[in-house]
Design a protein around this ligand. Structure first.
Ligand code: SAH
Ligand code: SF4
Ligand code: F3S
Length: 465
């Protein structure tokens, strides 16, 4: 295995986050203010919200119990599909009402919608009461922009949009499992997808910065890290290293559990599979988006693999990684998808018997190549395809989950169950949700659980003391 020189990785210049220690006079502006933060979209946004929270709290703002008492309302938005946008627009109506007759309420629109020029134009026209629109590249400008809105003071900021910012002081949602960005952006340009436009080009964080963060998390008592990127297996290309090398270095920190999302089937190497198989603390779970089972559609999507290549990779993972669980993403109704194309997708689902799948109806995104592709399939036909697909997907998730019945599994317990306050919940190594009969003392620990019932979307189990 080729192990790249660490000095190579050091060549990338990363900038330090400057807002960790703010001057006291700026804090005075915000000491009596409260914030309300609402997050939409994927894990990137969930993790970006942990950064936004840290900026707001560094300024001195406290979290509001409800939206009515907030002075700063931040919407961290998603642009992936039309319904993601609709949800945000719906929420903006509520914000407009709150701002009536109140000067001390500021609305901030952050996240991927802010990186879509056509959407921003529309938003500006229809929602002129929004105070700050901030993109995904310059989140670190938020303290400056807010300070300007609330006072005359200005603080120094960075202006570059394609840098990697280090030294973030995240206010994390969990004490046991943490997101760790390993790279930003995406260069794949799948023809349906807005992400390369909203998140920019692929930029990898330096290997030693990532390892430092993982070590710090481990010292703080974290049991699990999830390495984050739109396409994690492209990690390192821009700085002369590889994802498999990074994964190996992260595993060697001996943090109890290592996860990663999302993998792209195109450049998932044998080395990566070998590393996952080699280390017990790399979890046997891979999210491997298929998108379509038709080679004609995959080509139009610019996915860079065929149905056969996908299945071969899938089989290799199953063969080499003991007990691996594999989930996927599938889009139905891509422009020109025929019944025969769709049946090819069903065919791959039947072959692979996925542990789970996120399924979507294609949604046209302005500015992407697919937006101008002819499409004559009726929406009702797409809905019917989605339903057929979901039935099949659920059948296989249930089938896979049934295999765990009466088995002992290891679960990282994360908190009290939402549905039943007498239970706790957590995830198996294969990323299956388990509701557990067990005491609250096991929260934050990796424990043995015996599975007592299995459904399509979750498992029930008893804690084995
Ligand atoms: N980087 C990840 C996915 C990010 S988006 C990857 O490549 O796998 C998450 C999922 O949203 C995608 O996998 C895709 O299935 C879906 N998606 C993206 N753009 C979409 C669109 N325009 N319409 C419908 N679904 C879309
Ligand atoms: Fe979008 Fe494709 Fe990049 Fe995933 S790999 S974020 S689907 S362009
Ligand atoms: Fe949505 Fe942006 Fe993530 S568009 S899915 S929040 S990268």
């Amino acid at each position: 295995m080729h192990l790249p020189d660490l000095n190579e990785a050091r060549k990338r210049t990363s900038k330090e986050n400057k807002y960790i220690n703010l001057k006291e006079d700026i804090k005075k502006v915000f000491h009596d203010k409260k914030y309300y933060l609402k997050t939409y979209g994927c894990q990137m946004n969930v993790h970006d919200s942990e950064a936004i929270r840290s900026y707001l709290e560094a300024l001195g703002l406290k979290e509001a119990l409800n939206i009515e008492e907030a002075n700063v309302i931040v919407l961290n938005t998603c642009a992936i599909r039309e319904n993601a946008k609709d949800k945000v627009v719906g929420f903006l109506g509520k914000c407009k009402y709150l701002k009536k007759n109140r000067d001390d309420v500021k609305i901030v629109l952050a996240g991927c919608m802010s990186e879509q020029p056509d959407v921003i134009k529309e938003i500006r026209e229809n929602h002129p009461y929004i105070d700050i629109i901030i993109g995904t590249h310059n989140l670190y400008d938020l303290p400056k922009l807010l300070t300007e809105k609330f006072s005359e003071q200005v603080i120094e900021v960075y202006s570059s949009s394609d840098e990697v910012i280090e030294g973030m002081n995240f206010v994390r949602d969990s004490k046991y499992t943490a997101w760790v960005n390993i790279m930003y952006g995406c260069d794949k340009f799948c023809t349906y997808c807005i992400v390369p436009y909203t998140r920019g080009r692929e930029r990898s964080r330096k290997l030693e910065d990532i390892i430092k963060e993982v070590n710090e998390l481990k010292e703080q008592g974290y049991q699990e890290v999830t390495l984050l990127g739109q396409n994690v297996n492209a990690y390192g290309k821009d700085i002369g290293t590889t994802f498999s090398y990074l994964l190996e270095c992260v595993a060697k920190t001996q943090i109890a559990r290592v996860r990663f999302v999302t993998s792209h089937p195109w450049n998932f190497t044998n080395e990566m599979i070998d590393v996952i198989a080699k280390y017990d603390n790399i979890m046997p779970y891979i999210h491997l988006p298929l998108q379509s089972g038709s080679n004609r559609i995959l080509k139009k999507m610019n996915r860079r693999y065929t149905k056969e290549e996908y299945i071969n990779l899938f089989n290799l993972m199953k063969e080499k990684i003991p007990n691996v669980a594999i989930t996927t993403d599938i889009i139905v109704g891509f422009p020109s998808e025929s019944e025969a194309d769709f049946e090819e997708t069903l065919d791959v689902v039947k072959t692979c018997e996925f542990d789970g799948a996120y399924t979507f109806i294609y949604s046209k995104r302005e500015g992407t190549p697919a937006a101008s592709m002819p499409d004559d399939t009726a929406y009702s036909v797409k809905e019917e395809r989605l339903q057929r697909l979901n039935e099949l997907v659920n059948y296989y998730s249930n089938k896979n989950n049934q295999k765990l019945l009466n088995q002992e599994v290891e679960v990282l317990v994360l908190g009290v169950s939402e549905k039943d306050q007498n239970k706790v919940y957590g995830y198996t190594d294969t990323m299956k949700l388990v509701n557990i009969n067990g005491p609250q003392e096991i929260i934050g620990k990796i424990v043995k659980v015996k599975i007592t019932s299995a459904k399509s979307f979750s498992l029930d189990g008893d804690y084995i003391a």
